[in-house]
Design a protein around this ligand. Structure first.
Ligand code: HEC
Length: 115
């Protein structure tokens, strides 16, 4: 039996994987924009001068589970964490609760800001 020739398939698989990753992060970015996060935290997660802090480095302070709880009720979480209370004072208006029914979309959003 002739050996199966594999060499040609690897680049195609790699290209497909890269495309999938790019498509997924594009979808998560769209969720971030649609949910209105962009208005306060900026298109590139760097924050805006008057409405919200940078989200760069979010994973230093949060894991996915804690973040999902925070999104649901930012008021109750922020008042018990001094760092967040201070951010609230700087920006005046606090982070609003996330109104998003789809749990998968909420998880994608959390992973997007944690990346
Ligand atoms: C009206 C402005 C506003 C909007 C809209 C908003 N945020 Fe925030 N966000 C804030 C402010 C202000 C804080 C500072 C802490 C607080 O208020 O709880 C914050 C804090 C955060 C934090 C914690 C940052 C840290 O340093 O630990 C995360 C994560 C976050 N926001 C994600 C989001 C996501 C995701 C969305 C979209 C669903 C969003 N925010 C929408 C204003 C906003």
């Amino acid at each position: 039996m002739r050996p199966v020739k594999r060499s040609g398939t690897t680049p195609i698989l790699l290209a497909a994987a890269a495309f999938t990753i790019a498509a997924c992060s594009g979808e998560s970015h769209a969720i971030y924009v649609d949910a209105g996060c962009v208005e306060c935290h900026g298109d590139n997660l760097r924050g805006t001068p008057s409405s919200g802090p940078t989200l760069k480095g979010t994973r230093k302070n949060w894991d996915e589970e804690a973040l999902l709880l925070y999104f649901r009720n930012p008021d109750s979480v922020a008042t018990s964490i001094p760092r967040l209370s201070e951010l609230r004072e700087i920006y005046g208006e606090g982070m609003p609760p996330l109104k998003m029914a789809d749990p998968i979309a909420r998880e994608k959003l959390a992973r997007y800001v944690l990346r």
